[in-house]
Design a binder for this molecule. Structure first.
Ligand code: NAD
Length: 459
């Protein structure tokens, strides 16, 4: 039995029947049987169902936001923001999926001495979508929407921390016209995910932590299937001395504390040029102190509870180590005593590079800030990580920022912004942040396999 609790007060919301190895195998059988039929449905019909799903998200926004907020603790305003922004991503896929699948002529026979060369794109087959709880609409739709549009069938396992949302997505897709066996939801936690990987799937698209990502990669290794892993980050930003300090501080505080810091691309480390270090700390603190912390059902709440109670101990340990080794805890630093998984927004200054708060993903409302003397020092510190999801620079000078960003070993880079994802750009993690890309045309092709045609007319 999967018990869903409200992280804001610990109350039980609902108990759900979990899938077992047997039910998962049966679901795989249905998805396998359906796949050829689904891929033979004309693209326009598949797109019609996805467009209807998009409209249902708009129509049912409030009900969906309430469910997500209750089970994950996401502040209601941020829950609405996520659902409101999902149709924009779906529209990108609707506009570009058909052309991404279109056959390409690589060479006319005259050019090759008699052989026409063509590339076609075919769906992978049945794919597994093992998802995270922090942005279930974003990270889910990045996978299942292009997967379905390109003719794959999907076994979708939402996170055990966002299953009610997963079940809402399931019912809306089916109401929109996606056949029952083209998209099938699996209820459960790690054991269900692991049983899903034992099926004869043709691809696994995972969003979650590095440690689970390793297990997924190992389980998939002997199958030789498409593996895509969107994992965590320790995303840094560097603030140059030429910035408007207030603007940079406000932008970075939002990037650190939005969704209680539980974003894969949340700002996790800030390096500030020594010439403006104190001024930056002042503005950053006053911004962070202005955030309303508490009840996620209130429209004005900015920082809600953490979704996973276990994360609180990790945050406490990071802050405690930092303060015992000479860093200054300027704000917060402890759990809130009220019921629920609350941790105070926490700002740690003079955070040495070797501290866990500067090295391990915090995934909570805590931030480490460090002073640097030069661009060269900032570059070295920012790249000093196992992760490689995003990195940012705040500066008035575009060429200076671009020169620094060109040296970042990360999949996305930002100038004067952060914590931003666009459907038009590939979302890619390097090293411990993952393998492969979602979004953009590259993220549509991820669900297709090319076939090379060598066509020679008889002589
Ligand atoms: P998690 O790794 O705990 O769980 C992710 C999913 O994997 C869940 O559905 C879980 O049930 C499943 N799972 C757990 N063990 C499994 C196993 N052995 N086999 C198969 N499946 C298994 O991660 P989480 O707590 O849900 O998400 C937080 C993490 O996700 C953070 O590290 C965050 O940075 C990362 N994330 C990354 C991105 C990105 O785009 N790069 C986006 C969102 C979240």
């Amino acid at each position: 039995m999967l018990s869903v609790h409200n992280p804001a007060n610990g109350q039980l919301i609902q108990n759900l029947e979990e899938d077992t190895a047997t039910t998962i195998a049966a679901k795989f059988g249905r998805a396998k049987h359906e796949q050829k039929k689904w891929s033979a449905v004309p693209f326009s019909k598949r797109a019609q169902a996805i467009a209807k799903f998009r409209d249902l998200l708009v129509e049912r926004l409030e009900e969906l936001a309430q469910t997500m907020s209750q089970e994950t603790g996401k502040p209601i305003t941020q829950a609405r923001n996520e659902i409101r922004a999902t149709p924009g991503r779906i529209d990108f896929f609707l506009e570009h999926a058909e052309s991404a699948m279109r056959e390409e002529l690589a060479a006319e026979s005259e050019a090759t001495g008699g052989t026409r060369e063509v590339i076609s794109f075919e769906p992978l087959g049945v794919i597994a979508n093992i998802s995270a709880w922090n942005y279930p609409y974003f990270v889910g739709s990045n996978v299942f929407v292009p997967a379905l549009l390109t003719g794959n069938t999907v076994l979708y396992k939402p996170s055990e921390m966002a299953t009610l949302t997963g079940l809402k997505i399931d019912s809306l897709l089916h109401e929109a016209g996606i056949p029952a066996d083209a998209f099938i939801t699996i209820v459960g936690g790690g054991a269900a995910g692991s049983a899903l990987l034992e099926q004869n799937i043709q691809g696994v698209f995972f969003t979650g932590s590095y440690s689970t990502g390793q297990k997924i990669a190992q389980a998939a290794a002997s199958k030789m299937i498409r593996v895509q892993l969107e994992l965590g980050g320790k995303d840094p930003a560097y603030v140059c001395e030429d910035v408007n300090v207030a603007n940079a501080a406000e932008s970075l505080a939002e990037g650190a504390f939005y969704n209680a810091g539980q974003s894969c691309c949340a700002i996790e480390r800030i390096y500030v040029h020594e010439k403006i270090y104190d001024a930056f700390l002042d503005k950053f603190l006053s911004t962070a102190k202005g955030y309303e912390v508490g009840d996620p059902t209130k429209d004005s709440t900015f920082v809600g509870p953490l979704t996973r109670s276990q994360q609180i101990e990790i945050l406490e340990a990071q802050v405690q180590e930092a303060s015992s080794k000479g860093a200054r805890v300027l704000l917060g630093g402890k759990r809130l005593t009220s019921a629920g998984n609350y941790f105070e927004p926490t700002v740690v200054a003079d955070a040495d590079q070797n501290l866990r708060i500067m090295r391990e993903e915090s995934f909570g409302p805590v931030i480490g800030i460090q002073k640097v003397k030069s661009d060269a020092e900032a570059i070295e510190r920012m790249n000093d990580t196992e992760y490689g999801l995003t990195a940012g620079v705040y500066s008035q000078n575009e060429s200076r920022a671009r020169e620094i960003l060109a040296q970042m070993d990360s999949g996305s880079v930002y100038w004067n912004c952060c914590d931003r994802v666009s459907p038009r750009l590939p979302w890619t993690g390097r090293r411990h942040s993952g393998i492969g890309s979602t979004l953009s045309v590259i993220g549509i092709r991820a669900f297709l396999q090319p076939k090379a045609w060598h066509l020679r007319a008889p002589k």
